[in-house]
Structure formats: structure tokens, C-alpha cells
Design a protein. Structure first.
Length: 452
């Protein structure tokens, strides 16, 4: 009976591994300048990814805005960068399949539309004197049956809440409106489409969070404010309900997450509070996985991390993702396929230099062997293993390779820099593990084994 169970268990693992490989999971990096600052990621109906931000030189000067498009296998399709001081803070895909990007250019508010297929410029809008404002968010909304781009204007100083509307097809200005009676101090940096007609734009102002929840009022926009050290994101929760994900970080106490849900019809608010239990963590962005769970990204102990909160807001799980170079998650998107796009920065090892990474993971945050690496055969034996594990290749040198052993909770429990010797497992507890082998920051293999 015991042998039958073992055979059945390994059959399941083998079947699962084949399924992962068939899904084109990947781990890619992209270089734009000395120091890259990706800000946001969105996807289209074909699961193509669009990432925007800016890059700087080695002295943190001369910012230049960029946007890149990849297909669902992580292959670059096109990229565009500006040749003057500029930054992109946000982007969206329009109903016509084009890409609208919001930010600054030459110190002024800037909005541009690119052809989604080619990256060719369609139109642009640039103010002449923005008084240190920039466009912080952009979303396409329906206004009385007409599509418009809804853009928030923001700055790092006391200012009114201020939004603009533009025609997404030609860039024509429609109108702008500002709330002069409720000035705020701080920036608006995240937004989400709650209904086709309603955008929530949010940011952190001193120690409070603020959501602008009315698109087309005339100055008296209702505001939803609350205690919030950091708003990781806003998104649709269900029909007629929006969610706000709040996080805190503190060196002297555990960090926490809080989810607030508001019914946009009656204004009813409810939510849940979760202890993070990781003092040394940093939270940046969040997303939603097909009304299944909340996705949160950042770092734990300076390692790339994901957190998962179930849709009913009852459980919190965290996962550390082993990578060859230090990475920080910036933004995360759930796909209709229930897979995940995770985007952020990667340290290159050259002073403060960073690149942009993009990973496609399964719904549990696992990464399979990329399609273009599946011809690299690595043997991991014995399996099950007692006190030692060996890794051998099919002739490819592993001289510069590293291995990371990850437990069933997604935690890296061992890092191995010399694969020419047996790996000592004597300090590991019994159970299921994954060994991930990287060479030159590329994933060569990911295999499961049992420590007995």
C-alpha cells in the first residue's frame, strides 16, 4: 500500500510539472538605463503586458520615460522611450486597443497615446506651465455613453483634487474639475476601475489615505478618508463594490494589512485586518485574481515576496520567491487564466543599477521552467533524499550556477553556490521541497524532491 501511494504521488507531481511547462511561464529581465524605475503594469485581452516607468543615469539624474510591450510568453514586442526629461507614472489600455500613458515631460503634465500594435505615437497632450504638477493616474471610463480618459493631476504639496477628461481617440481636451474646498497634501499614485463609469483614484496624504470616488461632480466630490500609512492598491471587489488594500511597515512592530470594502450604492463599508508577522517587509503594489484572492507584492527580509488574501478575507499567506539577484516587487496583475504577472526591479550587482523583471507565475506564485530552457536537462538525485542531494547537467557547465531550496511554504531554506559537490540536507526537516537552479540570472530548472 505504501509503494502504491508513493507511485501515485510522484505521478501527480510529474503530471503537474508537464502542465506548468505547457503554460509558458517565464522569468524575463529588461534593461533601459543605469537605474530603472518601473511603476505600473496592465494587460490586454490577449494577456500581452505593458509596463511603464522611467530610467535614470548612474547619478539618479536625467530621467527618461519608457514603456514596453511583451506577449504572453514574455517576448518583447516593442518599446518606446522619450529623449527629454520625463516620467510615466500610469497607463491603461483603451477600448480601441491603444495605450494611454500619464506622467510628466519637461516638468509639465503629459499624456500620450500609442498604437497598441506598433507603439507608434497617435497623439499627445502637454501643458505649458504645470507648476510642479504631473498626471499621476489614467483610466478609461464611460461618461454618458461616451468613452473618456480620466486623469488625476497631482503634486508633492498642498493642492486641490483635480481631474481632467480627454477623448481617447484624438486626445481632445473635454473638461477639468477641481475640488478647492478639500485641499490635500500628498500625491495620488494608484487607481482602479470600479464600474465602467466609476474610477477610484487614491493616495497617501501625510498619515491618511484618501479615495476620490466621484468622477463627474462639480467641485463637491465626495471623499473617503481613513488612516493609511500606505495604500497598496484599489480595485473592483464585486459588482457595485470597490476595495482598498492598506499596509503598514514599522521597524518596532509587526506590519499589517487591512482591506476595506465599500458598496458604491449605499456607502456601506466593511473589511478585515491581518497581522503580517514579518517585521522586515516592504509592501508596494497589489492586484486581484479573478474574484479569487487579493495579490500583494513587495519584499520580506529583502527577498521578493507575494502575499495572498482569500476573497472572503479569512486567511493571509505569504510566499518568498527565490531569485539569483535581489528583487523588489512593484506591481502584480491577476490574469483571466488564473495566472499572475509579477513586475518589479532587479539589482544587477553594479552599484545601484537596476533592471526591470517580469515573471509569469501560476495562481500560487510558482514558476515553471521556461519554454526556451526546457532542452537543458538537469538530474536531481536521489529522490527521495536522506542527507545529501546531487545536481548534474547534460553537459552544460554549472560552474557559475546557484541553487535555491524552497520549502512547501515558499520559503528559501538553503542557498547553494557550489553545485559540483553534494548538497547537505541534514538540517532540513522531512517534507516536500523544490530546488531551483539559476545560471547568469536565468532559471535553468525547477524540480521537486522529498526529504525523508
Amino acid at each position: 500500500m505504501k509503494n502504491y501511494f508513493t507511485l501515485f504521488f510522484f505521478s501527480l507531481l510529474f503530471s503537474f510539472s508537464l502542465t506548468l511547462n505547457a503554460q509558458n511561464y517565464f522569468d524575463k529581465t529588461f534593461d533601459f538605463g543605469s537605474i530603472d524605475h518601473p511603476q505600473a503594469i496592465v494587460t490586454d485581452a490577449s494577456q500581452n503586458a505593458y509596463i511603464c516607468g522611467w530610467f535614470e543615469d548612474a547619478t539618479y539624474q536625467n530621467p527618461r520615460a519608457f514603456v514596453i510591450k511583451t506577449d504572453d510568453k514574455g517576448q518583447e514586442m516593442w518599446r518606446v522611450s522619450l529623449d527629454v526629461p520625463s516620467k510615466f507614472y500610469a497607463l491603461c489600455v483603451t477600448h480601441e486597443g491603444n495605450v494611454a500613458l500619464a506622467g510628466s515631460r519637461n516638468g509639465n503634465c503629459f499624456l500620450i497615446s500609442l498604437d497598441g500594435q506598433t507603439g507608434t505615437e497617435l497623439w499627445k497632450y502637454e501643458e505649458q506651465n504645470s507648476d510642479d504638477y504631473w498626471f499621476g493616474t489614467v483610466n478609461e471610463v464611460m461618461d454618458n455613453g461616451t468613452y473618456n480618459l480620466y486623469v488625476i493631476k497631482t503634486k508633492d504639496a498642498s493642492h486641490p483634487i483635480w481631474y481632467y477628461l480627454f477623448n481617447p481617440s484624438n486626445g481632445n481636451y473635454v473638461k477639468d474639475d477641481k475640488n478647492t474646498q478639500n485641499p490635500v497634501f500628498g500625491r495620488t499614485y494608484t487607481s482602479g476601475l470600479i464600474t465602467p463609469e466609476l474610477v477610484w483614484s487614491a493616495g497617501t496624504y501625510e498619515t491618511s489615505g484618501l479615495v476620490v470616488a466621484d468622477n463627474f461632480g462639480v467641485g463637491e466630490s465626495p471623499l473617503w478618508s481613513f488612516s493609511a500609512p500606505h495604500i497598496a492598491g484599489v480595485q473592483k471587489y464585486s459588482d457595485g463594490k470597490g476595495s482598498v488594500l492598506i499596509s503598514s511597515s514599522s521597524p518596532w512592530q509587526n506590519t499589517y494589512f487591512q482591506i476595506l470594502i465599500m458598496d458604491v450604492i449605499n456607502g456601506h463599508v466593511y473589511g478585515e485586518y491581518f497581522d503580517n508577522n514579518n517585521n522586515n517587509s516592504d509592501v508596494t503594489g497589489s492586484g486581484m485574481l479573478d474574484n479569487n484572492k487579493f495579490l500583494i507584492t513587495g519584499t520580506i527580509d529583502n527577498e521578493l515576496a507575494l502575499w495572498f488574501i482569500d476573497y472572503d478575507m479569512t486567511t493571509l499567506e505569504d510566499k518568498i520567491i527565490a531569485t539569483a539577484n535581489p528583487r523588489t516587487g512593484i506591481d502584480v496583475v491577476g490574469l483571466p487564466s488564473t495566472d499572475i504577472y509579477l513586475m518589479g526591479t532587479e539589482e544587477t550587482g553594479n552599484a545601484d543599477a537596476t533592471d526591470v523583471f517580469l515573471m509569469k507565475l501560476d495562481q500560487n506564485g510558482a514558476l515553471s521552467v521556461p519554454e526556451n530552457n526546457k532542452d537543458i536537462a538537469l538530474s536531481v538525485y536521489p529522490n527521495p533524499a536522506a542527507n545529501q542531494l546531487n545536481i548534474k547537467s547534460n553537459g552544460q557547465s554549472l560552474r557559475h550556477a546557484k541553487a535555491y531550496i524552497v520549502n512547501s511554504m515558499g520559503q528559501t531554506v538553503k542557498t547553494v553556490v557550489n553545485l559540483n559537490r553534494p548538497i547537505d540536507l541534514s538540517n532540513l526537516t522531512k517534507g516536500l521541497y523544490v530546488v531551483m537552479v539559476y545560471d547568469n540570472n536565468k532559471l535553468l530548472s525547477q524540480q521537486k524532491f522529498i526529504k525523508k
